[in-house]
Design a protein around this ligand. Structure first.
Ligand SMILES: [Zn+2]
Length: 133
């Protein structure tokens, strides 16, 4: 059943995706569903496990944000993430992932988070951690 319009939807195919996880690179094949009534398509498994448009798992995304707020995005990409967990992702992915988490938080900060943000850069770690857990 379509999650957008409740019409009947059908599985169209199984589609491949490479993802970066804390256990390394993984190749997945997951079912793709499409609704001919409203034209929407989706991957139920991706939604179930929290995979977004990014190639990072939720845990890899969280670790990336934590590394991204500790130092420069370049250092997170070239040193921190590789040494801590073997993640090999580009500086631009670290930047995009960290800033995306910040934007999500900025859109709906809790009162305690907003207060932390107002106190200065020391709250950035809390800021990234809260939005991803
Ligand atoms: Zn639909």
């Amino acid at each position: 059943m379509c999650q957008h319009c409740q019409a009947d939807a059908r599985m169209v195919s199984r589609r491949e995706k490479w993802i970066s996880s804390l256990l390394g690179e993984l190749r997945l094949k997951r079912a793709y569903y499409h609704c001919s009534a409203c034209g929407q398509g989706w991957f139920p498994w991706d939604q179930e496990v929290g995979l977004g448009a990014s190639h990072l798992t939720p845990a890899a995304s969280e670790v990336t944000c934590l590394a991204g707020v500790q130092a420069s995005f370049a250092q997170a990409s070239e040193t921190t993430l590789r040494k801590l967990c073997g993640l090999r992702i580009s500086e631009s992915t670290v930047e995009r992932t960290t800033e995306s988490a910040g934007e999500r938080l900025r859109a709906r900060p809790s009162p305690s988070c907003r207060e932390s943000l107002n106190r200065g850069s020391g709250s950035v770690t809390l800021w990234a951690a809260r939005v991803l857990t």
